[in-house]
Design a protein around this ligand. Structure first.
Ligand SMILES: Nc1nc2c(ncn2[C@@H]2O[C@H](COP(=O)(O)OP(=O)(O)O)[C@@H](O)[C@H]2O)c(=O)[nH]1
Ligand SMILES: [Mg+2]
Ligand SMILES: [Zn+2]
Length: 252
């Protein structure tokens, strides 16, 4: 059983009779039937962009719509915002929020309607704070940034779903690391939408978009021309390598 499961419940016997088929589920955080993932990041703590990329891959694999929320915009420099936007604006809708400027959070309500939405992201980026503003009647525990290392501690211990704005919101335990879902390395291209877009121009459909020469690989050309963000491409290569090593270990 997962949080988010739809079940047949026998009220008289007080037992769950069956669990309906899941649209998707993730182990970390443990939750089923997610429609939208609200991926929260902030200038502090410093974003783990690899984590964000992995979450975006997870969304593609599990058929979840990702939404990127740049929280603590009150603390963000224009350079920071530009960096995030230049990396992600072509693949995911981005909202900029600040928990004091509650107007900035209004737009999220429309995204929630009709969907089970889950806040994810590093500890202390403001997931619980955002949930508290959206759900003023259920206060969630808000953590403090640790002054020592600016990393924040993990305050939210369980996953709970709330009804709101014609949809559902779940606040989860934060996490700092994420295993990629089990996919073949070849599938990774499809999960990086901007790479997928340009890969149709590669000369061979077996192109892996790293070892090939630029005149053969349209992805490499697009990176060179700045059409694919370099940092995203570099993390794609890193993930590709990780998946390759995993597969070789398995079938070694
Ligand atoms: N300046 C600023 N601080 C925020 C904002 N959102 C959250 N915080 C602070 O960041 C810290 C961590 O927030 P919390 O909601 O517990 O993060 P979570 O671990 O992601 O649930 C708390 O001290 C919040 O008050 C924001 O928009 N601006
Ligand atoms: Mg929290
Ligand atoms: Zn290629």
């Amino acid at each position: 059983m997962f949080v988010g499961d739809y079940v047949e419940f026998d009220k008289d016997q007080n037992v769950i009779e069956s669990v309906q088929e899941r649209k998707n589920f993730t182990i970390r955080p443990p939750i089923a039937n997610i429609d939208k993932l609200f991926i929260v990041l902030a200038p502090i703590p410093q974003p783990d962009f690899m984590l964000i990329d992995k979450l975006l891959v997870q969304c593609q694999v599990f058929n979840i719509v990702p939404i990127l929320i740049v929280n603590k915009k009150d603390l963000a420099t224009p350079t920071f915002i530009k960096d995030v936007e230049s990396q992600y604006k072509s693949v995911v809708k981005i909202y900029k929020t600040d928990i004091v400027d509650t107007k900035s959070i209004e737009a999220l309500k429309k995204e929630i309607k009709g969907n089970l939405c889950v806040f994810v992201g590093q500890s202390a980026v403001g997931k619980s704070s955002l949930t508290n503003i959206l759900l003023p009647n259920v206060m969630r525990e808000v953590g403090q940034l640790s002054a020592k290392n600016n990393r924040g501690k993990n305050c939210t211990r369980e996953t709970v779903i709330y009804n709101a704005f014609g949809g559902k919101i779940a606040d989860t335990t934060g996490f700092s690391a994420l295993e990629l879902p089990y996919i073949q390395k070849e599938q990774l291209t499809d999960c990086y939408l901007e790479i997928k877009k340009y890969s149709v121009g590669c000369n061979y459909n077996t192109c892996n978009h790293f070892g090939e020469a630029e005149n053969i690989c349209a992805v490499k050309r697009a990176v060179k021309e700045g059409k694919i963000p370099l940092k995203r491409y570099q993390r794609y290569l890193e993930l590709y390598k990780q998946l390759k090593e995993k597969q070789e270990k398995k079938y070694g």
